[in-house]
Design a protein around this ligand. Structure first.
Ligand SMILES: Cc1ncc(COP(=O)(O)O)c(C=O)c1O
Length: 400
């Protein structure tokens, strides 16, 4: 019996597609360092766990579909503290930014409408684009330009009558690009001129390095009726497992539709929302500390990678990914081989092959996405494994 064509057409996410091989490597007794996924090892602030422990209700009931008021209020206060104006009633709690994206796409586009994003883009966007029947069109951003957005006229070239929304992550995953105020305003201008929505994914807002300045789409007043802001506590508070995100918007029609979708799935986890609300009381020094840590990790991985012969890499400016080019024909094959056939002292690495981050997989065939979310020592070991693995892989491939 066949499953739907739609289901058959959905690709595995590049981030987890090699999981069966990693599981097998572990069963064989290898230690696997995970650079494939942005799931940080940084401790979640204790306030989350305290709130869950102190939960006193006798029944674990559904939460309100829009999310608990306390969490919506806390999210609104957080936004206001960074100069973004969303009232509690303009914020709905979702199951991670992932569900917020699903809701945003369902609300803003019809099947066959086009979503405009940049190449490369966050691999999991593709799952939701497939799920909601959106057609993905991309404009290219290039490593040699620091993954900056192209000129307005070049973006306009790819737009068609059914281009309904921009979907952009800022800071970018997998590139780490942090868009300038001018770039944000340029996208806003196009969206106004072409009557498009902007779905802005700002889950890495706090993670910018080297004095870069983050500028939010929510700071552009002129687009407030067409902006859907996706957010999450996964990265902000190193709480990926809580599965708490949000969708914020000022457009009443959008909110009404999202509310229906929230109703349909009943609610988000009650306990996780209790914990998340407390996280927003975290002192600002937490972010400074964590940021410093990531910047150091970024430096360690960058330094390690530039020392590998044939590897080309740019220093990441934001988020916690680095996106090097490796001197191999097919990074998917290389990444799989690292798990199935290679070890260095009983250890190996799991990485995300670049193909899944591009509309045309061919373009990502020499790229790898590495998440610097593990400690410095383990990053150093991982890079050593990558270097030794690459040497061995090249030797085998060249038949020497
Ligand atoms: C750009 C981007 N958006 C959204 C998500 C998913 O966030 P959440 O865990 O809140 O679903 C990720 C996760 O890596 C991401 O990188």
């Amino acid at each position: 019996m066949n499953i739907s064509k739609r289901g058959q057409g959905i690709e595995f996410s590049a981030i987890r597609m090699l999981t069966p091989y990693a599981d097998q490597a572990v069963r064989q007794g290898k230690k696997v360092y995970h650079l494939n996924i942005g799931a940080p090892d940084v401790e979640t602030p204790q306030a989350f766990f305290d709130a869950v422990r102190n939960f006193e209700e006798k029944t674990l009931a559904y939460a309100p579909s829009k999310g608990f008021e306390a969490l919506r209020k806390a999210t609104s206060n957080y936004y206001k503290s960074i100069g973004i104006d969303f009232d509690m009633d303009e914020i709905y709690i979702t199951q991670g930014a992932s569900e917020a994206l699903d809701f945003a796409l369902t609300t803003c586009i019809d099947v066959g409408d086009e979503i405009i994003t940049c190449d490369p883009y966050y691999s999991n966007y593709q799952t939701y684009l497939d799920l909601t029947g959106a057609v993905c069109r991309t404009f290219e951003t290039k490593v040699e330009d620091g993954y900056r957005l192209p000129a307005k006229k070049d973006i306009e070239k790819i737009l068609r009558p059914r281009s309904r929304a921009f979907l952009l992550s800022n800071p970018g995953n997998p590139t780490g690009a942090v868009y300038t105020k001018e770039e944000i305003q340029m996208i806003a201008e196009i969206a106004i001129e072409r009557d498009m929505f902007i779905i802005a994914d700002e889950v890495y807002r706090e993670f910018v390095y080297d004095g870069e300045v983050f500028y939010s789409f929510a700071n552009v007043k002129e687009i407030e009726d067409r902006l859907v802001l996706l957010d999450s506590i996964s990265k902000r508070f190193s709480a990926c497992g809580a599965r708490i995100g949000s969708l914020a918007c000022k457009n009443k029609k959008v909110l009404e539709c999202v509310n229906k979708l929230c109703n349909g799935r009943l609610s988000v986890s009650t306990l996780d929302q209790y914990g998340a609300a407390e996280l927003y009381n975290t002192d600002k020094s937490y972010f400074q500390e964590v940021n410093k840590q990531y910047q150091k990790r970024r430096d360690v991985i960058y330094q390690g990678l530039i020392d590998i012969p044939g590897v080309k890499v740019e220093k990441t400016k934001g988020a916690f990914y680095i996106f090097p080019e490796f001197p191999v024909e097919d990074t998917l094959d290389f990444a799989k081989w690292l798990l199935t056939d290679f070890e260095l002292g009983g250890e190996t690495v799991m990485v995300a092959p670049g193909q899944g981050f591009y509309r045309d997989p061919e373009k990502g065939k020499t790229k790898l996405r590495l998440a610097f979310v593990i400690n410095e020592q383990d990053i150093k070991k991982s890079v050593k494994i990558l270097k030794a693995g690459l040497e061995e892989y090249q030797r085998i491939k060249s038949g020497i």
